[in-house]
Every structure is written in structure tokens, then in C-alpha cells.
Design a protein around this ligand. Structure first.
Ligand code: NI
Length: 509
């Protein structure tokens, strides 16, 4: 982060220098040093040993009664999944059982060529009332083998299991960490800095090295080619400490000293809150909610419009994102399976830039022709692909061609998703003429409209600047569907937001 100082004009630079001084003070403040949290009679702490670019590894023999659950149930692929059972941490055990099962389900759903899947674990912290569990995930599919990492943090004081990003005080702190990480990775072999975003899907393995520096590790293939394997960024403690949450500070203490005969308090001091799933309602840093609170479309004074782009991402979706960013406009992308596999970084970028990612099925079938199982497979796979890329689970889907029935509604509801149709159809798939597409959108739009377009067509991307310009001139705010509708009911169908509630035209979704 300090690299940026040289580029700043003098007054800002002076302020930044003052801020650095505060950071240094912060690093020396009481409570930030690696002391055991409990017990005045404890012997002097023994620092843990280990590599500076690795998360701490806790010797399992330091945790009496530590056991392991494992499963090899593969249903056609080789599976070997294990997770720890820490005495006194029943909520953690339950969480890890669910989390490992979901990783396996998502891998299977996202990879038709799945060959094998293994998850092994280490404890990366066991001290005070905090336990850190780091997983190494070895996957193999038709593309070859790949290794990923994820780390969860258990707070024995509350019975809460936290995602890695919850070591940070909030989204602003994760944003600052992301900048520090990009500085660390700058010039590293194969690393694409533009692919590094402050989202849970990337920042799902954060911990500390034995010296107390923050360690962020990225899965093979996530920010550099798979051939570069694991990519790790070590952020020095004086830079990282001011970004930590209370749990983060306790986690750091637990990861940097040896705690002999580690034991959690028998019962949490306070009742365990439910661990939020990484979804639109959670406040986990790196889980960006498409609802947001920056705009209230339910207000009678608001003029909201939701631009939606289906069937992508496409070759020019990156340009489209540039156009939207230039107008501070939000949109919703109803993505399909193959395009997501082809352009995963565009999905990640769109999500990180505040757009909504929603489910438009894998193969774009008429869902009313499928069985419930067939509909389920279509929706499940795209949700898995999106979740593996972003950490976000969509709660909106759009049935291809707008074709829906009770079965589609029921299966969508099972996945927690509302069905989103449209009130303005640009017919851009038929008329490959950007002037026509733009005119159609602008002529029909009203406050609350959901506008249907397809970002796989070059003529549509070319129409976007004049659409944005025209909407801007008319005082519209371009929002996500989630922002337009607010809370939606799973399984319910919506074609416009307030104040419009007209039925959709019959057309091609
Ligand atoms: Ni479509």
C-alpha cells in the first residue's frame, strides 16, 4: 500500500504519513501482541515455528481428544473427505460437515468430468477460545488436477463458525487488504492483478504465519494459471493488524503461540448465532449483496430500471462492464453454463463491481419440458459454478423463453430462487441493429421496468451506451433486479418492480 504514496500530491501524502504512524502505534498496542488469552498462571508462551509463507500448523497432539470424521462416499468418483472433531466444539463439527458436503456437491455439479475429490485438514490455530481449521482440497476433472484451500475460524466464546473474511473488521477493511495483496502480488509470475477482487470466493483462506503476519492463499488457477499452483500473499502484521476484527485479533493470538493441552470452554459463554450462509442476507465481508441500501426503489419519487443481460457472459461482456462502470450503472446478468465455464473471470468481475449474478440454466432448455429432476440439475449446476467462482449463491433465476410452470416454480423455490421475467423486451436477439434495440428499450421503459437484453450479441453491447445515456437524461437509476424488487419470495414470478406490475409479453428469454 505504501507504494502508492509517491504518486500522491503533498497534502494527501502528509495525511497518509500520519495514518501510517497510527498504524505503527496500532501494531504496538496492548492486546495485539501474541499473548495467551486465558489464565494468569500460564507458563510463558512458546512461539510456534513454521514457514513465513504458510499458515501456522498446530501439532495435533496439543489438542487432547481431537478426532476426525471422514467419508469416502463417492457415487462414481473417488472421494476422500475428512474434517476434525474438536472436543467442546459441536457447532464447528456440524458446520464443517455441511461445508465439506457442499464443496463436494458443488464440485460434482460444476464438473461433468469429475474424477476425484479429496479434502484434508490441519488446525492452523488452537488457543484461547479460538480454533482455525484449514482445508486442502484436491480436485481432478477432465481438465486435470487442481488444489484449493479454505480456512474456517471457530469462536468458542459464541459457538460461531466464521468465514476467513470475518477476520477482517468489515468490507472496507477487506477492500484495503485486497489492495495490499495486489501490491504484494504485483509482478509475480503469471498473476493477473485484474482478477484479484475483494470477494469471499477468492478470500476464503486467510490465516496467520507463526510470526503473526496475515497470510492469504489463492487456489491454483484462481488468480494465475493452474501451472503456477498455489499463490500466496503475506501481508506484514503492522499493515494487517489495523484491519482485523475482534475475532481476527484473537485468531492471530491463537495462531502464534503454542497452547499445551488446548481445551475449549465446555459451553459457549453466549448462545450460538446461526452461521450465515454466504447469501444475499449475510453481512460477511466479501459477500456483496445485490440488494444494497444505496437506493430505495420502493419510494414513489424513485425512477428505477433494471437492465438485464441473458445467455452470457460473452466475448464483449468486459466492454459492457466498462460502459456500465462509466455511468455508475448496475445490471443483472442471467448467466448460462458454458459461457460461465468459458469466461469465469467476467462473472467474478461483474459480481465484484456490484452487478447481480443470476441463474439462467446450464443448457438453456424449455424447463417446462423437463422433469423436476431435470430442472433441479439445470439450476443446481449453474448455482455451483457461480458459487465456486464468487462465493455468492444466487437467489434469482430466469427460465429460458420465459417458459415456466408449477414444477419450475417449485424447484426454483427449493433452491431459494424467485423467477424473474421482464416487462420490456428489446427483441435484440432477432433484430441485430443497435439503433433499433436502443430505441425499443428507451421507448418502452417506465419506472420499475425490467428490460430484457442479451450480452452475447455484439449489436446489443453497441446499443448500451445510447441506452445508458437516454436513461440518464430521463432521470433513471440503473439498478440490479434485487435492488428494484427488494426482498423476493422464492418460487414467485416477477416481471417488473414498483410501481409497474404488468404481465410480461411472450417472447424469447
Ligand atoms: Ni435466454
Amino acid at each position: 500500500m505504501t507504494n502508492n504514496l509517491t504518486a500522491l500530491p503533498f497534502p494527501v501524502r502528509a495525511a497518509a504519513t500520519a495514518a501510517s504512524a497510527v498504524l505503527l502505534l496500532g501494531a504496538c498496542a496492548p492486546g495485539d501482541t501474541a499473548e495467551p488469552v486465558a489464565g494468569d498462571e500460564s507458563p510463558p508462551p512458546t512461539p510456534v515455528s513454521g514457514e513465513p509463507d504458510e499458515l501456522t500448523v498446530v501439532d495435533r497432539s496439543l489438542v487432547p481428544g481431537l478426532e476426525e470424521e471422514s467419508s469416502t462416499e463417492g457415487d462414481g468418483i473417488d472421494v476422500d473427505v475428512a474434517y476434525p472433531v474438536v472436543p467442546g466444539a459441536a457447532p464447528l463439527t456440524e458446520f464443517l460437515g455441511d461445508a465439506t458436503a457442499r464443496e463436494l456437491d458443488d464440485f460434482r455439479a460444476a464438473n461433468p468430468g469429475a474424477v476425484s475429490f479429496a479434502m484434508g485438514w490441519e488446525l492452523t490455530a488452537a488457543g484461547g477460545d479460538v480454533v482455525g481449521v484449514r482445508f486442502t482440497q484436491d480436485e481432478e476433472d477432465s481438465e486435470g488436477p487442481r488444489t484449493g484451500y479454505s480456512t474456517y475460524w471457530y469462536d468458542g466464546a459464541s459457538g460461531y463458525t466464521a468465514h476467513s473474511t470475518e477476520l477482517l473488521a468489515g468490507q472496507a477493511e477487506l477492500d484495503r487488504l485486497n489492495e495490499a495483496v495486489k501490491d504484494e502480488l504485483d509482478g509475480r509470475d503469471g498473476v493477473d492483478g485484474a482478477s484479484v477482487h475483494p470477494i469471499l470466493g477468492l478470500y476464503d483462506s486467510i490465516g496467520f504465519n507463526p510470526a503473526g503476519d496475515l497470510v492469504v492463499e489463492f487456489d491454483a488457477g484462481s488468480v494465475a494459471p493452474v501451472s503456477e499452483d498455489r499463490v500466496v500473499a503475506v501481508v506484514p502484521s503492522d499493515e494487517a493488524d489495523p484491519l482485523l476484527s475482534d475475532l481476527g485479533r484473537r485468531a492471530k493470538a491463537a495462531a502464534t503461540v503454542v497452547t499445551p493441552d488446548f481445551a475449549l470452554p465446555a459451553t459457549p459463554a453466549s448462545p450460538a448465532p446461526a452461521t450465515p450462509a454466504p447469501g444475499p442476507e449475510s453481512a460477511v465481508p466479501g459477500v456483496l449483496t445485490p440488494r444494497g441500501d444505496s437506493v430505495d426503489c420502493s419510494s414513489p419519487d424513485s425512477k428505477c430500471v433494471a437492465l438485464t443481460f441473458d445467455d452470457g457472459p460473452g466475448a464483449r461482456t468486459g466492454e459492457l462492464l466498462d460502459m456500465l462502470a462509466g455511468k455508475d450503472a448496475r445490471a443483472t446478468f442471467f448467466v448460462t453454463g458454458e459461457p460461465v465455464r468459458e469466461h469465469p473471470l467476467l462473472v467474478r468481475r461483474a459480481y465484484a463491481e456490484g452487478h447481480e449474478i443470476a441463474n439462467h440454466t446450464v443448457r438453456h432448455p424449455d424447463l417446462t419440458t423437463l422433469s423436476a429432476e431435470g430442472v433441479d440439475a439445470e439450476l443446481r449446476t449453474v448455482n455451483a459454478l457461480i458459487r465456486r467462482e464468487t462465493g455468492y449463491t444466487p437467489d434469482l433465476m430466469r427460465p429460458p423463453y420465459g417458459a415456466t410452470d408449477d414444477t419450475v416454480a417449485e424447484v426454483s423455490a427449493e433452491h431459494g430462487m424467485a423467477e424473474i421475467l421482464w416487462s420490456v423486451d428489446t427483441n435484440d436477439w432477432r433484430d441485430r441493429d443497435s439503433g433499433v434495440v436502443s430505441k425499443r428499450a428507451l421507448d418502452a421503459v417506465q419506472p420499475g421496468s425490467i428490460v430484457l437484453m442479451h450480452d452475447i450479441h455484439s449489436t446489443t453491447v453497441d446499443a448500451v451506451p445510447s441506452i445508458l445515456e437516454g436513461l440518464d437524461e430521463r432521470g433513471y437509476t440503473m439498478v440490479t433486479v434485487g435492488q428494484l424488487l427488494g426482498d423476493t419470495e422464492p418460487g414467485t414470478s416477477y416481471s417488473a418492480g414498483p410501481p409497474v406490475t404488468e404481465s410480461p409479453e411472450t417472447s424469447v428469454g
